[in-house]
Design a protein around this ligand. Structure first.
Ligand SMILES: Cc1ncc(COP(=O)(O)O)c(C=O)c1O
Length: 344
């Protein structure tokens, strides 16, 4: 059985494991004050071209979203997200459990938000008898594998700032977004455009870890208290620092994401050649081909993947995810198998 279920099915890139082993017996400060975390944060600031941002290393994506969003909002304020937004669909009500409603905005088939969609939410929440939408949650790549162009992000950013909204970007798969062929954003553009975002390590070759970047001054105060109170200030925070230092010490972070994208490109090309369509344009490491249900059942004997959604009475879209560790041979074998099975 080969898995295209996720980009966290494998452990960690060997260079990261080696870095953890090599530093294993060194004694370091705890709780993110170790020399590795401090260096990693400095390095990320350099890559962003901004020394004034605050950066915190946090173990996981749901944790990062809920700590950031609950810290940024006052009690009556709410987050706006696309229907497919991770905080709306796959975080077990984590944001709501902190007391903040997630209000759903209309999005296109790729799960991206526009100023018009956010405006419609604001119009529907006119006064204090309803929650006050205050933070706009977007993800890049989105949960449907689409990416924001610089122009789209600029428009959303201008709108949010004009309406005194906080723009927050979930970058669980930011590496894949920035290495996508259609991408025109640089990592260093983000602090200019969003108020906070995170750079995902877990889905891009790290054992675990996300780097939250807070760009707006008003959101920075006491942030370590919020992390600690939500149980996410790791005593052995060095584990996060060592990994981010390795990922960003050279081009490893981008090389791994580019590899995952390249493997997805090969899958996409092979499936297009075999005349299969796709649920949405997803130029990243997640693709959503539409297949006959009968073919999906046969494939499931040898491959695991998510069946994403029913498209008509006998077709569904499946989600195939490639990772930093996906091998060319696995892609070739899958494409050969699907072509064979489609003949039956
Ligand atoms: C866009 C996005 N955000 C956040 C998460 C949550 O990450 P974690 O599983 O580390 O909590 C995921 C995980 O799949 C994700 O796809």
């Amino acid at each position: 059985m080969y898995s295209f279920k996720n980009d966290y099915s494998e452990g960690a890139h060997p260079r990261i494991l080696n870095a953890l082993i090599e530093s294993n017996l060194e004694q370091e400060e705890g709780y993110g004050e170790d020399s590795y975390s401090l260096k990693a944060i400095d390095l990320l600031k350099q890559k962003l071209g901004r020394t004034d941002v605050a950066i915190h290393l946090i173990p996981g994506g749901t944790q990062t979203n809920l700590i950031a969003i609950s810290a940024f909002l006052r009690p009556h304020e709410a987050a706006i997200a696309a229907k497919t937004g991770h905080i709306n669909t796959h975080e077990t009500g984590a944001i709501e459990a902190t007391g903040h409603k997630v209000v759903v905005a209309e999005s296109d088939e790729g799960g991206k938000l526009t100023p018009e969609a956010v405006q419609a939410v604001l119009d529907a929440h006119p006064d204090e008898h309803m929650v006050k939408p205050k933070l706009v949650y977007i993800s890049d790549t989105t949960e449907i594998g689409s990416i924001y162009t610089k122009g789209e992000l600029e428009q959303l950013s201008e709108f949010c700032h004009a309406h005194n909204l906080i723009l927050y970007m979930d970058g669980a798969r930011l590496g894949s977004a920035l290495c996508s062929e259609g991408n025109d954003l640089e990592l260093s553009d983000l602090p200019e455009l969003v108020d906070a975002f995170y750079i995902g390590g877990t889905k891009n070759g790290a054992l675990l870890g996300e780097a939250l970047v807070i760009c707006r001054d008003a959101l920075k105060e006491d942030f370590r208290y919020y992390i600690k109170q939500k149980g996410a200030l790791l005593a052995k925070g060095r584990i996060l620092g060592i990994q981010f230092l390795e990922l960003f010490g050279d081009n490893l972070f981008f090389d791994l994401a580019a590899h995952a994208n390249k493997m997805a490109d090969r899958l996409r090309e092979g499936l297009s050649e075999a005349n299969f369509g796709f649920l949405a344009d997803s130029p990243s490491n997640q693709i959503f081909p539409i297949l006959p249900d009968i073919l999906i059942s046969s494939l499931q004997n040898n491959y695991s993947f998510h069946v994403w959604e029913k498209v008509d009475s006998d077709h569904s879209a499946i989600r195939l995810v490639t990772s930093w560790a996906t091998k060319e041979e696995a892609i070739s074998a899958f494409l050969e198998d699907i072509k064979e099975l489609a003949k039956c």
